[in-house]
Design a protein around this ligand. Structure first.
Ligand SMILES: [Fe+2]
Ligand SMILES: [Fe+2]
Length: 244
């Protein structure tokens, strides 16, 4: 399928996901917003990562593409706001409807300008090839999107050496793609390592922790002074044996 056709189809599918949110309430609304978020984030990412750079180069559409990136940022901002809003909150439907309007406006611009220009000016074989690439990337992002699997949090801080090496990448990925609640865990098999990584949140009780995870206000932290090097390497080898 041509990239332009894929994007038009996704616009329609996304519009269909917005529709039922307007009349939904409670738990159903939360599930619908999560479903929309998974597809919307993946759509914005394949455009931003694959289609826009090609459009910028092949259509000399630098101004339009820059505007589009800004509009994506607005859509993402509003989506984050909506994801953080309890469906019982009086602002929930207002936020859902502003998000839908922002999305529709952006889609109109793409469908009135960038997509027809791409159809006219980019070779059909190239559009097919881009379509394949974007479809594969879309599926991969959706598969990775933890919301889709019902995860609320992601461990960004871990006491092991492997955890420390992966930390910047995991944090960046979470900031950019997942936007899940951060957690930290020492994953300790040795006494001195216990507490080397932990989850901080406002409050003290399990209910407050749950609330913080839902609100995405937890922080995954690491205290390097609690980790002695030899112990950390023992810790890492034992974890890798245990998880093999
Ligand atoms: Fe877009
Ligand atoms: Fe789009």
């Amino acid at each position: 399928m041509k990239a332009t056709e894929l994007l038009r189809n996704q616009h329609q599918q996304l519009e269909a996901l917005f529709e039922p949110i307007e009349g939904a309430e409670g738990k159903e609304s939360r599930a619908l917003v999560k479903e929309l978020a998974t597809a919307l984030v993946a759509h914005l990412l394949i455009e931003g990562e694959i289609f826009y750079p090609v459009a910028e180069e092949s259509l000399a559409a630098t101004t339009e593409v820059r505007r589009s990136y800004e509009e994506h940022a607005l859509v993402e901002f509003m989506l984050q706001k909506l994801l953080k809003t309890d469906p019982g909150d009086p602002g929930f439907h207002a936020r859902a409807s502003v998000l839908r309007e922002l999305f529709q406006r952006h889609v109109r611009e793409e469908e009135d300008d960038l997509l027809p220009r791409a159809d006219r000016e980019i070779d059909e074989g190239r559009l097919e090839e881009l379509g394949k690439q974007m479809e594969a990337r879309f599926k991969k992002i959706q598969g990775q999107h933890a919301d889709n699997l019902g995860f609320d949090g992601i461990e960004v801080a871990n006491g092991s050496i492997a955890g420390r090496v992966a930390e910047p990448r995991v944090r960046a990925l979470n900031r950019k793609t997942y936007q899940l609640a951060e957690t930290g865990g020492s994953d300790a098999h040795f006494l001195p390592v216990i507490g080397s990584a932990y989850t901080s949140y406002p409050g003290r009780t399990a209910a407050e922790l749950r609330r913080a995870i839902e609100d995405r206000t937890t922080r995954g932290k690491r205290d390097s002074s609690r980790t002695s090097r030899p112990c950390a390497s023992d810790q890492s080898s034992r974890s890798s044996i245990a998880t093999r």
